[in-house]
Design a binder for this molecule. Structure first.
Ligand code: IVH
Length: 695
């Protein structure tokens, strides 16, 4: 796929027989060099890359291979002859006393094992000798900087530049709160150069882009470019406004003092002098330890507050590092174990509009299948019509598609330089593609919607899928495909019909049998005993998510009072504003919604009512903030979260000075260490249980 989209294909010489090989090669070299220069400029100077890293690497590799085959054609200005950033003339330059190196990459377990074998062989470690220890750290996705402290005072900050010379960004790094202007404690070398990564935490990046979008300003494509771009602001006041942070991961030139003999201890020491190091770093044993660390960090990747693109392993013992030395621009004692690329290039074959539960039309790009983020992707969301227009995605375009973690794949941008002459623009359909009803767009709304409500089979299917989903009535075994089938044959129209389903008819459906039908009937029966909050959430009232459902249930205690509540009395509920109040009121005012509810209750759907809490804000855990770490044996994290919310507490993802309790289950993560450090109350599972039961 990729080579066919590149300007030159591998079999160029066959397709252009009229040219001599060397003329063709010259043109190909020229084209690759021009493309790479163009992308270097977009990336390093404009901080606005147009293609994903994997594609850039492919272009570079094609050029390298061609130059290896024709060394006589290498020119001194070829991009292969200077791998690094373009120096920005607006800043002064700084020669690095010790070069800022890059890292070799391992893309698979095999490549990592090879690295480990090379290291052990070079160190002549006897088999069975003590296993090699590595310092394992996340590979932060930001911009590398070097900071120089003279007698404990920050005197200079520099970018990596081309590795030997960087740009002077002292004024800008001084604005980053995580960069100490003075070291604390004592014992630091009189001249201490440290290296680290400046990054923009995910939350800050999102917030920054939201603001930029609202103001009609340019957004950043990813947190790494946001960090690099912010560091290169000519006006430090602008850098200061960006939410930047830093983790130090190495030392550079050191004079007038000693450092410990292990990399991990050096980082501990730097931390004690007030420099920030990554809290997720760890020391691991041998290649097995590295692999376990890789798995653990991969699993936590989405919940980390910063973006990473792999992990780095460094031989921990500094004497061993010295023995191993360097090859060209990378150390032999370290390697980056990269995650599969999350962004790839592919071609848009079509755009369809999907109709969701509330009738919202979502444009979805049908793509030439591409392997990205560890899976093959052939559909990607374009979110809404405004996004589609902003990105100007057309059928036939080459686009960047991104798949990060569990998030649905999305089209990030179009590579306009690769736009073919003939493309097809996409327009918002006037009629619903499923039921043919009119599509409208309310004032101030991003979504265009089908106006047919539950008469539209797509909306009906989605509403039913929501009703049976895990956080709603949780009917195990009633999957999306099954619901679509039942809707298609008009067997179910409202959630109440689910409870009329019979064993025999289910057993006859596609991919069902006696056993699965029996299981499903049992699951439907079991789902009847639920909670008021789940039931409210399951109804799929617009704007009523789980938290609002919990607040409503706690505030009123029973369904009747919610159904008859006025908009004013709904406004008294925690996190219910005028829009939500009017949605709830309108939902219960509809007679067909009321009759579905009556039928559901007649079918046996039940929960226990509770005493209304006059002020839902004032639960026994009101004002208390919890962080959960590790796994609990008696409930899932979700359940624990729901219980805390129901009692008025708050649950956040990371430990800070504002955290009141950290609930620590089996195999807690670094949050536990952080809680200990900040002297925050830590609850065992049993203590947490007691707290819930006492309240
Ligand atoms: S160590 C001599 N550790 O990756 C070793 N680098 O490809 C020098 N990076 O430009 C690098 N996280 O900006 C190291 N924990 C980490 C890192 C890390 C991110 C970046 C760094 C460097 C690039 C090397």
């Amino acid at each position: 796929m990729i080579f066919s989209t590149a300007i030159w294909s591998r079999d160029f010489n066959h397709t252009v027989p009229a040219m001599t090989v060397s003329a063709a090669t010259r043109i190909k070299l020229q084209s690759l060099r021009d493309q790479i220069r163009h992308h270097n400029h977009r990336y390093h100077v404009l901080d606005d890359p147009e293609i994903p890293d994997v594609e850039y690497d492919r272009l570079m590799r094609q050029l390298q291979t061609l130059e290896e085959q024709h060394p006589d054609l290498i020119t001194s200005d070829s991009p292969t002859q200077r791998v690094g950033d373009e120096a920005i003339t607006a800043f002064g330059t700084v020669p690095h006393k010790m070069p800022m190196l890059s890292l070799d990459n391992a893309f698979s377990e095999d490549e990592l094992r090879n690295f480990h074998r090379r290291v052990t062989e070079r160190l002549e470690l006897a088999e069975g000798a003590e296993r090699l220890r590595y310092s394992a750290e996340p590979k932060l996705d930001g911009a590398a900087v070097s900071l120089l402290y003279e007698n404990g005072k920050l005197v200079r900050g520099a970018t990596r530049g081309d590795g030997s010379t960087g740009e002077d960004i002292t004024h800008n790094v001084r604005t980053i709160e995580g960069v100490p202007l003075r070291l604390i404690s004592y014992g630091y070398p009189s001249s201490l150069e440290v290296r680290g990564e400046v990054f923009m935490p995910k939350a800050g990046f999102e917030a920054y882009n939201d603001r930029a979008r609202a103001a009609g300003d340019k957004t950043f494509v990813n947190p790494r470019n946001a960090a690099a771009g912010s560091l290169r602001q000519l006006d430090p006041k602008l850098t200061a406004e960006r939410p930047l942070d830093i983790y130090i991961y190495a030392v550079g030139h050191v004079e007038g003092g000693d450092l410990p003999e292990r990399h991990s201890e050096i980082l501990d020491q730097l931390q004690d002098w007030g420099l920030k190091t990554c809290p997720e770093r760890s020391v691991v044993d041998g290649v097995e330890g590295c692999l376990a660390y890789y798995d653990a960090i991969s699993a936590r990747r989405d919940s980390l507050r910063y973006e990473i693109d792999g992990v780095v392993y460094k031989v921990d013992n500094i004497l061993q590092q010295r023995k191993l030395g360097f090859v060209s621009r990378a150390p032999r004692w370290a390697i980056a174990h990269k995650f599969p690329a999350q962004e790839e290039l592919t071609i848009v074959q079509g755009v369809e509009f999907q109709v969701g539960r509330t009738g919202a039309l979502t444009p979805v790009a049908r793509l030439e299948p591409v392997f990205v983020g560890g899976v093959t992707v052939s559909n990607a969301t374009l979110h809404n019509i405004d996004e589609l227009r902003r990105k100007d995605v057309r059928v036939g375009d080459t686009v960047i598609v991104r798949r990060a973690g569990d998030v649905i794949p999305e089209v990030v941008s179009v590579v306009t330089s690769r736009r073919p002459k003939k493309t097809r623009r996409i327009h918002l359909p006037k009629k619903c593609p499923v039921c043919g009803s009119v599509v409208t767009r309310e004032e101030g709304e991003v979504a265009a919607r089908c106006t047919a409500g539950l008469y539209c089979s797509a909306q009906r299917s989605e509403a039913l899928k929501h009703f049976v989903s895990r956080r709603a009535l949780d009917i195990d075994g009633l999957g999306g495909k099954m619901i679509e089938q039942l809707v298609a044959i008009d067997r179910i129209q409202t959630p109440a019909d689910i409870f009329q389903l019979q064993h025999d008819e289910l057993a006859e459906m596609d991919r069902m049998g006696e056993k699965s039908a029996q299981k499903l009937i049992r699951a439907i029966e079991a789902s009847k005993t639920t909670t008021l909050a789940r039931f409210l959430y399951a109804l799929g009232i617009r704007e009523v998510g789980e938290t609002t459902a919990i607040s409503l249930a706690a505030h009123f205690g029973n369904l009747d009072d919610i159904m008859s509540a006025t908009e004013d009395s709904l406004l008294a509920v925690a996190d219910v504003g005028p829009v939500v109040a009017s949605r709830i009121h309108a939902f219960f005012a509809e007679s067909h919604n009321r009759s579905v509810i009556t039928r559901l209750i007649k079918s046996g759907v039940r929960w226990s009512d509770s005493e209304p809490q006059a002020d839902a804000d004032a639960g026994p855990l009101t004002g208390k903030t919890f962080v959960l770490t590790g796994s609990l044996s008696s409930m899932s994290r979700d359940e624990a979260k729901q219980k805390i919310l129901a009692l008025g507490g708050k649950v956040t993802g990371s430990v800070s000075g504002k955290t009141d309790f950290v609930v620590s289950g089996e195999k807690p993560g670094s949050k536990l260490a952080k809680a200990q450090k900040l002297q925050i109350a830590i609850l065992t599972e049993r203590e947490f249980d007691n707290l819930l039961n006492d309240n």
